[in-house]
Design a protein around this ligand. Sequence first.
Ligand SMILES: Nc1nc2c(ncn2[C@@H]2O[C@H](COP(=O)(O)OP(=O)(O)OP(=O)(O)O)[C@@H](O)[C@H]2O)c(=O)[nH]1
Ligand SMILES: [Mg+2]
Length: 309
Amino acid sequence: MQDKIKDLLERIKEGQFGALARGITLVENSLPGYKDLLKNLSGTGSARVLGITGPPGAGKSTLVNALLHHWVKQGKKIAVIAVDPSSPFNYGALLGDRIRMADFYNNEQVYIRSLATRGALGGLNPKIIEITDVAKHAPFDIVLVETVGVGQTEVEIAGIADCTVVTLVPEAGDAIQTMKAGILEIADVFAVNKSDRADAEKLYQNLKILVHEKAGMGEEIPVLKTVATERTGIEELAHAVERQLAAGSTQPEKRLHLLAEKSWQLIVTDLLKGIDTRALKAALAEELKKEDFNLYAFAEEFSQTISLK
Ligand SMILES: Nc1nc2c(ncn2[C@@H]2O[C@H](COP(=O)(O)OP(=O)(O)OP(=O)(O)O)[C@@H](O)[C@H]2O)c(=O)[nH]1
Ligand SMILES: [Mg+2]
């Protein structure tokens, strides 16, 4: 391992935010040394991972800000990784996070990093697992990952997190029917945010029925009302989260599935890095000139010219 990377890892472990920022940038952009960095992360950090997911605009960032107020007062150290869906307005979203979590941008107990999804399906940054692991190398109590919940993301976040909070808002009432299976499967805690709105009660009651049905004789998933903007209901939410974090992930099979996929991806990428895509394109251009061009025959033939390492 290069001295530079070793030094960076040490400084991340000491909790230097500048070093952490550098490490995340290295990993996010696959810059030289990033594999060494990843391979030398210690899995022994004490940080627990909290996932906060939910539909766009549900108030996730505002909730995070309110939770930070609660935990910072208790002396906790927290990293926030917010994944913003890539969109033409992404810059605006990043800016929005800055405003909503502004209270903590210069707090020495809180590290905040916004990531783009980079067009990845499902609204997660393709390097989210790696980046969360880098943050876990630093001495945080909680690494909080905010993601917009759409389809597959929800499963992914549940695989990464020790506790997953699903944030819903009254407007989402009808959507619950369609999301039902997915969210019930991954939520460790439900936050009914924007409970200052009149129709919040209906959503709350519906969710209570759902979690009751799901629990059977077992323990029900907590459903809590919050008004993030007023910081109402935050203490209860924090307690429910802390209990779950202490107990550890409820989703070992999701974690295994996620990590199996990730390993497969890492292995395939590594095995195929010898492929010269320019040579591939050139060969394809030649082949296309033939009248009997067949893509599948071409691919099979080309693959035989590749020597796996
Ligand atoms: N009335 C009301 N408004 C809220 C509440 N919580 C958040 N908001 C507002 O809802 C809007 C969206 O809040 P955000 O915290 O950015 O929501 P988000 O889920 O992080 O949004 P994305 O990250 O873009 O998906 C903001 O204008 C907040 O001020 C609440 O409890 N009540
Ligand atoms: Mg947000």
